[in-house]
Design a protein around this ligand. Structure first.
Ligand SMILES: [Zn+2]
Length: 247
């Protein structure tokens, strides 16, 4: 069953797909090149910068993310505001042209091409990695699974607001968190429509999963560590991925 389907709207150079993601990984690698203390396997002679052993997998580049606290997030991303300054936020694109967009109240937005709605803008510092992460999910699980798991149902990113049931700010206030497919992955659901390899793909670009931190609210991914991790959760048992390190 083939859906009518646009080409990925990806990259100013019009070059879609994995190459963009790989280029992004190289950029991240370069960006974090001063912090590779445990990225290289200890076995074998040190590399003199010459030939690479093709049998040895490249280490995952380190990704620096802030800790989830108002002060650390303000320091890393700039102060969260209801009306952030010019350049704080950027529009981001999706790996599929017909991605459905919903507001937090469930209203179908449809018009996501710059009409002033804020729900599909993110912090400018994460726009490339967010696009690369969604593209990586798409490439990893394939088009059919992407739709079946509901990755095309976008439910918000930047949103200046208080945390659920609290007075401190939600990480959405900095535009460094994204919600996907809330109908099957909401706060009350201790199950998820997303596959493990899809979570892994998000993590390759620094996006940590609320499901892996708490065992519910699987719609939510954030590019900062969690203020709270349940001890019996995925991260509680295994820790964060080794390449995601706190600033
Ligand atoms: Zn969220």
């Amino acid at each position: 069953m083939e859906k009518g389907y646009k080409l990925p709207r990806f990259g100013a150079d019009g070059e879609p797909g994995k190459e963009t993601g790989n280029a992004m990984l190289r950029m991240i690698n370069d960006f974090n090149a001063d912090d590779d203390s445990d990225g290289i396997p200890a076995s074998g002679p040190p590399s003199g910068g010459g030939t690479e052993d093709p049998a040895r997998p490249l280490p995952q580049p380190k990704i620096i993310v802030p800790r989830e606290s108002n002060s650390e997030l303000n320091k890393f991303y700039g102060t969260a505001r209801a009306n952030p300054p010019e350049g704080y936020l950027s529009w981001f694109n999706f790996p599929v042209g017909d991605m459905k967009l919903f507001s937090r109240s469930g209203t179908d937005l449809k018009d996501y091409d710059g009409d002033g709605n804020d729900e599909h803008r993110c912090h400018s510092r994460i726009v490339e990695s967010l696009e690369a992460a969604l593209q990586d999910v798409y490439t990893t699980i394939g088009k059919d699974e992407f739709y079946r798991q509901g990755w095309h149902v976008y439910a918000g990113c930047w949103n200046y607001r208080a945390k659920r049931g609290g007075s401190s700010l939600s990480v959405h206030s900095w535009g460094c968190a994204v919600d996907i497919n809330p109908a099957q992955n909401n706060w009350k659901q201790y199950s998820t429509s997303f596959s493990e390899d899809a979570f892994d793909a998000m993590e390759r670009h620094g996006f940590l999963s609320a499901y892996r931190a708490w065992g519910h609210d699987a719609m939510h991914f954030q590019k900062c560590t969690f203020a709270y991790v349940k001890s019996n959760s995925h991260y509680g048992r295994n820790g964060y991925p080794s390449w995601i390190v706190e600033a």
